[in-house]
Design a protein around this ligand. Structure first.
Ligand code: G6P
Length: 613
């Protein structure tokens, strides 16, 4: 969850670290800090609150030198305060550490260290790491060995970066388990470390991802990776295609708004090279799927968290409808404790923007343990979810910075639609005419998304009407039911308005009691097979005095007559309709939060990539 940046090279590390942290602030914004080797000592600057506070501090008390490490924190152990901000120093101030993860045995380790006379100056679990390193240095080991021994003592999942004033020629880092990535950026005569790619994109696109239980010694001239047991590892490099500009806000007020508007591009990119209109076929080579394997699949278990899980719910309907394979969706945090029924004919399909969400990775590991085939739909190329999969589909949306996911919601809808067609094709269960028609519909999608986005001004007007509401109900049926969940999630995440998504048919079994003139009801009523049913639901909500905001298909006068406000979407093939119906709800949540003057990109208490259980 926390953001980490490290730099070693001839340049001044301070601006490189501050700039990198800015790109990672979406990962945590409870405090920020940096440590720089200056001559023969280490200087630390850190403050509670957002990165801007640290920047102010550095302006007031400048520091320059190299190497350096920095951190933005999402608090787990210890309140968000200066004393708990990273980097943490050891007793003699010669060693510093930044950390992402939870030292699960920290109470035990702290007691042992206290018994040796160590004094703690924070409430964090992280501080144990630096004292352990000092302990091993004191008995004669060098930094690399002291770090290795320390890493071996820690329980839990971690990304750790540390350095010492006594060995300024190196930074040592490690990844243990799934606490978020540790990415090494390779430059010329300089190298970088980060918890996520955008932090180093300004400097290099050559990256290496550390696997779990690997550590690296990063020097100016090069990088050496070993397992925690000291066995050398051959580096497998990746070249990142994104450019740094893709991680900038540009003309938009917020990343979220920019990312909503990038959906024409992201949907185009996720289709690119995968849709063969001539043959009427789908190609997903990264999935490594043969007809024989496709025929063996008995069941697909989709696992994901948050927005990605709602994308999975749409996928269930698509795969079952098109490929006739039974699909279940289970959120990552439940999957691993549910003793799922999984065998080698089961596919566990994980959906994750970051590819680093701890609960999703744990679900994948459970699937692996039970012999399932592992697939993933992931945005961050090279992330853990992608690496541990047998086959993967890349979302191709480019970096998503806004904490509330938008473009990484619509791309996997299309990816699952393509997957469903491919499965049906390989299993021979789809007639050619239907297959060709389904494939041809895909071609429309970027344009339909573009036409939906053009209606932003109308959505903004509705946002003004709703800006002061306290609660909001979202109703949908069938393939648009998950969009009701997702619309409600978007609103609560960024505007802090209580919002609930509900299957429209269930309204009469409870939520109807809540509907009055203070409870707006957003009804997803595009022209899909559930359209008629939604109209009767709208009438019921109206009859209780609720303000109805309908998402409706252009020209649908019946729905328009029943609704107080309409968010129009273009005519869209029903199986792809969630792509367009999600967009006005993203814009609605965005504008309500922006009108309320809230921090849209970094909503309170949330983090982009949740790497703790
Ligand atoms: C966090 C984010 C959500 C996201 C979820 C899953 O809660 O705030 O926007 O949907 O994690 O993240 P993933 O990276 O696995 O898609």
């Amino acid at each position: 969850m926390c953001g980490i940046v490290g730099y070693i090279g001839p340049r001044d590390a301070t601006p490189i670290i501050l700039n990198g942290l800015k790109r990672l602030e979406y990962r945590g914004y409870d405090s920020a800090g940096l440590a720089i080797v200056v001559e023969d000592r280490i200087e630390v600057r850190r403050d509670a609150g957002k990165l801007a506070r640290l920047e102010e501090l550095v302006r007031a008390e400048p520091v320059s030198g190299a190497p350096g490490i920095g951190h933005t924190r999402w608090a787990t152990h210890g309140s968000p305060s200066v004393r708990n901000a990273h980097p943490h120093r050891g007793s003699n101030g010669r060693v510093v550490v930044v950390h992402n993860g939870i030292v699960e045995n920290f109470l035990e380790l702290r007691d042992e260290l206290r018994a040796e006379g160590v004094q703690f100056s924070s409430d964090t679990d992280t501080e144990t790491i630096v004292h352990l390193v000092e302990h091993h240095l004191a008995i004669g080991h060098d930094l690399t060995e002291a770090a290795r021994r320390t890493f071996g003592q820690l329980q839990g999942a971690h990304g750790i970066v540390l350095m010492s004033a006594d060995e300024p020629d190196k930074i040592v880092c490690a990844r243990i388990g799934n606490a978020g990535g540790v990415v090494l950026g390779l430059g010329e005569g300089e190298n970088f470390i980060a918890s996520d790619i955008p932090a180093i994109l300004d400097h290099t696109r050559q990256v290496v991802f550390l696997e779990s239980r690997q550590m690296a010694v990063v020097r100016r001239e090069g990088v050496e990776i070993t397992s925690l047991d000291g066995v050398p590892v051959t580096m497998r490099g990746n070249v990142i295609a994104w450019d740094a500009a893709a991680a900038e806000k540009g003309e938009y007020r917020h990343f979220m708004q920019k990312e909503i508007h990038e959906q024409v591009r992201s949907l185009t990119d996720t289709l690119a090279g995968r849709v063969d209109l001539h043959e009427g076929r789908i190609r997903l080579p990264e999935l490594n799927l043969t007809p024989d394997q496709a025929c063996r699949i008995r069941r697909i278990l989709i696992t994901a968290c948050g927005t990605a899980a709602y994308a999975g719910m749409v996928g269930k309907i698509l795969i079952e409808k098109i490929a006739r394979i039974p699909v279940e969706v289970q959120i990552g945090s439940e999957f691993r404790y549910s003793d799922p029924i999984v065998d080698e004919n089961t596919v566990v399909l994980a959906i994750s923007q970051s590819g680093e969400t701890a609960d999703t990775l744990a679900a994948m590991e459970e699937g692996r343990r039970k012999g399932a085939v592992l697939w993933s739909i992931v945005n961050v190329v090279g992330s853990q979810a992608m690496r541990i999969s047998d086959g993967s589909i890349s979302m191709q949306t480019g970096p998503e910075i806004g904490v509330a996911s938008t473009k990484a919601f619509t791309a996997p809808l299309v990816d699952q639609y393509m997957l469903a067609i491919l499965l049906a094709d390989l299993r021979g269960t789809l007639d050619e005419k239907t297959r060709r028609a389904l494939v041809a519909d895909l071609r429309l999608i970027p344009d339909l998304a573009g036409r939906t986005l053009e209606r932003e001004a109308e959505v903004e007007k509705v946002a003004w009407a709703l800006k002061d509401v306290r609660d909001c109900l979202y109703l949908g049926r069938g393939i648009n039911m998950p969009i009701a969940y997702e619309g409600a999630l978007k609103l609560k995440e960024i505007s802090y308005i209580h919002a609930e998504g509900y299957p429209a048919g269930e309204m009469k079994h409870g939520p109807i009691a809540l509907i009055d003139e203070n409870m707006p009801v957003v009804c997803l009523a595009p022209k899909d097979p559930w359209h008629e049913k939604m109209i009767s639901q709208i009438q019921q909500a109206r009859a209780r005095g609720g303000t109805v905001i309908a998402v409706a298909t252009d020209g649908d006068e019946v729905v328009a007559d029943q609704a107080d406000h309409v968010l129009w979407v273009p005519v869209t093939p029903w199986m792809l309709s969630p792509v367009v119906t999600a967009i006005p709800l993203q814009m609605l949540a965005y504008h309500i939060a922006a009108i309320r003057g809230l921090d849209v990109d970094q909503p309170r208490n949330l983090a982009k990539s949740v790497t703790v259980e």
